[in-house]
Ligand binder design. Structure first.
Ligand code: NAI
Length: 345
C-alpha cells in the first residue's frame, strides 16, 4: 500500500478523500501546512498531497526528495507555490486542472451580487431588527460591461454567467480562445471600459501585481474588482488607495497576496499584524472570503477522484496528462517530453 502525506488537512478534505480512496492508499492526514519545518512528516511516504498555501520552494523540494517522496499531487488547479525548476528530474508534480470551473465562477458572481446589493450589510442589519435600507443603493448589472482577464475554464464559465445577466463581455487573454463568442481586446481597453473587472488568469512572474496603481489610474470610476484567482495579481496597497479615492466601488476578494499564513485558520482571538488586510476588511465595500471559491460538493468529489487517478497513473508507470513542469508551464511545450513520452521527465 502506498503512503501519502496529506498536508493542510481540513475535515471536508478527509471526508471526500476517504470516500474516494479505493483502499490502495494509506493517507497520513497532517493538519500543518507543508514547509521546511513540516516536510519531515512525509517520512515513509512516496507521495505528498498539497494545496494552495503549502510551500514547495527549492529547500522543501530537496527535503522531500531526500526522504523518498517521488510525486507531489496538488489537489488544486493553481501551482504558483511550486518551484518547478527545483522539482524537475526529482519529483513529478501532478495537479487537478479542472474540477468544477462553475464552483469558482459562481462564487465570483456571489461576491459581485452581494457587494453590489450590500447583502452582507443587509444581513447584519435585519438580524438586529434594523430594517433601514439607507446606503444600500446598487447598480443594475444589465447592459454593464464585464471585463474578464483570463478566459480559460473559469473565465469562460464566468462570461456565460455575465451574458445571462445581460452584460456586455470584454476579455483579455494572451491565448484567446478560437471558439469564443465574446470580444477580445487589450488590457487598457478592459480597464477603460469595464464596470466590473474579474480576474481569472494564473499568477505568473510576468503578471505579479498587474492590477497596480497604473492599472487603477486607467479604470472607470466606480468599477467593481473581483479576484477569485490569486492574491498577488493585485497590489493590495494600490487597491486600498483606489477604494479610498472612489475609483473602486467595491472589491470582492477570495484571495489575498499574503494569505498563506492566514487563510483556512481561525484567528478570531488573535491580533492580526497585517495592517493592509485589516484595513481592507474594515471597509464596508470590501467582501473578503478565505479562498473558498472552489468549495462545493461537486468540486471536492472531482478533486479527490482526479488526485487518486493522478496517483494511480504515476505509480503504474502510465503517462501523466495532468503533470506540470517548468517547461510546459512557461510555454516551452515543445521542449517538454510530456506530449511525446507521456511524462515531463
Ligand atoms: P485555465 O488554465 O483553464 O485558464 C487560465 C487562462 O488564463 C488561460 O486561458 C490562459 O491563457 C490565461 N492567461 C495566462 N496568463 C494570462 C495573463 N497574464 N493575462 C490574462 N490571461 C492569462 O485555468 P482556470 O481553471 O480557468 O483557473 C484560473 C485561475 O483560477 C487559476 O490559475 C487559479 O489561480 C484560480 N483558481 C482559484 C480557485 C479558488 O478557489 N479561488 C480555485 C481554482 C482556480
Amino acid at each position: 500500500m502506498k503512503r501519502v502525506a496529506f498536508y493542510d488537512t481540513k475535515p471536508y478534505d478527509r471526508e471526500s478523500f476517504d470516500k474516494a480512496n479505493s483502499g490502495e492508499y494509506e493517507i497520513i492526514y497532517i493538519e500543518s501546512k507543508l514547509n521546511l519545518r513540516t516536510a519531515v512528516l512525509a517520512n515513509g511516504c512516496e507521495a505528498v498531497c498539497a494545496f494552495v498555501n503549502d510551500e514547495m520552494n527549492a529547500e522543501v523540494i530537496d527535503e522531500l526528495y531526500k526522504i523518498g517522496v517521488k510525486v507531489i499531487a496538488m489537489r488544486c488547479a493553481g501551482y504558483s507555490n511550486v518551484d518547478f525548476k527545483a522539482a524537475f528530474g526529482k519529483i513529478n508534480v501532478v495537479r487537478v486542472p479542472a474540477y468544477s470551473p462553475h464552483s469558482v465562477a459562481e462564487h465570483a458572481l456571489a461576491l459581485l451580487l452581494a457587494l453590489n446589493r450590500k447583502i452582507h450589510k443587509a444581513y447584519n442589519r435585519t438580524r438586529d431588527f434594523n430594517f433601514s435600507i439607507s446606503g444600500f443603493t446598487g447598480i443594475n448589472l444589465y447592459r454593464k460591461t464585464a471585463g474578464i482577464i483570463g478566459t480559460g475554464k473559469i473565465g469562460r464559465a464566468f462570461a456565460d454567467i455575465c451574458r445571462g445577466l445581460g452584460m456586455r463581455i470584454l476579455a483579455y487573454d494572451p491565448y484567446p480562445a478560437k471558439d469564443a463568442d465574446f470580444e477580445y481586446t487589450d488590457l487598457d481597453t478592459i480597464y477603460e471600459q469595464s464596470d466590473i473587472i474579474s480576474l481569472h488568469c494564473p499568477l505568473t512572474a510576468a503578471n505579479n501585481r498587474m492590477i497596480n496603481a497604473a492599472a487603477f489610474s486607467k479604470m472607470k470610476k466606480g468599477v467593481f474588482i473581483i479576484n477569485t484567482s490569486r492574491g498577488a495579481l493585485i497590489d493590495s496597497e494600490a487597491l486600498l488607495d483606489a477604494l479610498n479615492d472612489g475609483t473602486v466601488r467595491g472589491a470582492g476578494l477570495d484571495v489575498y497576496e499574503e494569505e498563506s499564513e492566514l487563510f483556512f485558520e481561525d484567528f478570531s482571538n488573535t491580533i492580526i499584524k497585517d495592517d493592509v488586510l485589516s484595513l481592507l476588511i474594515s471597509k464596508p465595500n470590501v467582501l473578503l472570503t478565505s479562498h473558498q471559491a472552489f468549495l462545493t460538493e461537486e468540486a471536492l468529489k472531482n478533486i479527490a477522484q482526479t488526485t487518486f487517478k493522478n496517483l494511480d497513473d504515476f505509480f503504474s508507470g502510465a503517462s501523466l496528462p495532468n503533470e506540470v513542469c517548468y517547461q510546459c508551464d512557461t510555454g516551452k511545450i515543445d521542449e517538454c517530453r510530456q506530449g511525446k513520452q507521456g511524462r515531463c521527465f
